[in-house]
Write a protein that binds this ligand. Structure first.
Ligand SMILES: [Zn+2]
Length: 310
C-alpha cells in the first residue's frame, strides 16, 4: 500500500515528479511481489501449502481435478492510502475543498493505471490498483512520516487526528498514536459536507480503481426514516458509480442490563450504567471499539455523521 502523501512531499509541487515518484513506488511494490511469488513457489515445491494446492478427486470419475488454488492466476494488489493528504499537500486543498484536488488525484490514479499495464507486460504478473482496508497502515504511514526527519515538517501540516497528543506519545516512544492519513481515495472523515457532495467526489474514483473500494454512510440518527433510507439506497445503487457501500450506526452495549442503544453513549440510556461497550465499523466490519488502534478510535470521534431523514 503506497504512501501517497509522501509522494507529494517528494514532488515539491511538481506534477511530473509526483507521477514519477508513484511509478518508482510501484516498481518497488513489484519487487516485493516477486519476492513473495518466489517464496510461494518454494513453499509449494517443498509441500508446505498442501491445502491450497490439493487436487481433489472427481467423485464420479475418480480423476484428479485442477489444484484448489490456481497460484498463477493470483492478482497482486497495489493499494493507496492518503489520496486526500497527497492532494492537500500538492494543491493546498483537501478533496472536499476544491475540484482541483479531486482532479489531481484522478490524474495520479490514471497515470498509475497506465503504468500498471506496462508493468504487467514487463513482468507477466497480474496487477491491480485498489483501495486496501489499511486499518493499521493508515496510521503506520502517518507515524512513519511524523518520525522521519525528512518528512516530519510536511507531515505535521496534513496528518489527521490529535497531533498534539500524538507528538507527546511519539516522544515517549509510543507508536500506537491517534493520527492517521485518510483511507484510500476517501474524503476526510470529518469533512462537514452534505452526503450528496461526498458521493459526487468519491464516485469519481470508482471507475479507476479495480476493487476494494467502499463508500461509508455514517448515520447520525438512531432511527432514520425508512423511506429516506430506501430512496438514498436506490439513488446510490442506480445513479452513481459507487459499487459498494455501507450504512454504519454506532452502537452502545450495556454491560449491566445488556441493552443495545444507538450512538456512542457515555451511560446506558436504559439503566444509567457507565459500564458500556461500543461497537462500530472500523473499515469493513463491525468490531468492538476497545480493540481498535488509537488512530481508528480518533477517526471514530471525528467522523461526520449525516442525517438522512427529511
Ligand atoms: Zn443498561
Amino acid at each position: 500500500t503506497l504512501n501517497l502523501p509522501r509522494i507529494a512531499y517528494r514532488a515539491r509541487g511538481d506534477d511530473d515528479r509526483l507521477f514519477e515518484e508513484a511509478r518508482r513506488l510501484m516498481d518497488l511494490a513489484v519487487e516485493i511481489f516477486k519476492v513473495k511469488k518466489r517464496w510461494m513457489d518454494l513453499a509449494v515445491k517443498a509441500g508446505r501449502l498442501p491445502f491450497a494446492v490439493q487436487r481433489p478427486r472427481d467423485p464420479r470419475t475418480g480423476r484428479r481435478g485442477p489444484p484448489a488454488v490456481d497460484l498463477d492466476s493470483l492478482v497482486y494488489t497495489i493499494g493507496v492510502v492518503g489520496g486526500n493528504e497527497m492532494a492537500q499537500w500538492h494543491t493546498g486543498y483537501q478533496l472536499h475543498e476544491s475540484p482541483e484536488a479531486v482532479k489531481l488525484l484522478v490524474k495520479l490514479l490514471l497515470e498509475m493505471r497506465k503504468y500498471k499495464v506496462e508493468l504487467e507486460q514487463r513482468t507477466g504478473l497480474r496487477l491491480a490498483i485498489a483501495r486496501t482496508p489499511a486499518e493499521s497502515c493508515a496510521q503506520r504511514l502517518a507515524v512513519a512520516d511524523l518520525i522521519s526527519p525528512e518528512f516530519r515538517d510536511m507531515a505535521v501540516k496534513v496528518v489527521k487526528g490529535d497531533l498534539e497528543r500524538a507528538k507527546e506519545l511519539l516522544a515517549e516512544g509510543v507508536r500506537d498514536v491517534p493520527v492517521y492519513y485518510t483511507n484510500g481515495t476517501h474524503v476526510y472523515v470529518g469533512a462537514q459536507i452534505p452526503l450528496t457532495e461526498r458521493i459526487s467526489i468519491e464516485q469519481k474514483f470508482w471507475p479507476i480503481l479495480s476493487g476494494g473500494n467502499i463508500f461509508h454512510i455514517w448515520l447520525g440518527e438512531a432511527y432514520p426514516d425508512p423511506e429516506a433510507l430506501f430512496k438514498l439506497t436506490k439513488r446510490i445503487a442506480t445513479q452513481t458509480h459507487i459499487g459498494y457501500f455501507a450504512y454504519t450506526k454506532d452502537l452502545t452495549i450495556c454491560q449491566q442490563c445488556f441493552e443495545v442503544s444507538a450512538g456512542i453513549n457515555d451511560v446506558c440510556p436504559s439503566c444509567g450504567s457507565p459500564n458500556v461497550k461500543y461497537w462500530s465499523r472500523v473499515t469493513g466490519y463491525y468490531q468492538e471499539v476497545s480493540g481498535w488502534n488509537e488512530a481508528k478510535k480518533q477517526e471514530l470521534k471525528e467522523r461526520y455523521r449525516t442525517r438522512i431523514s427529511v
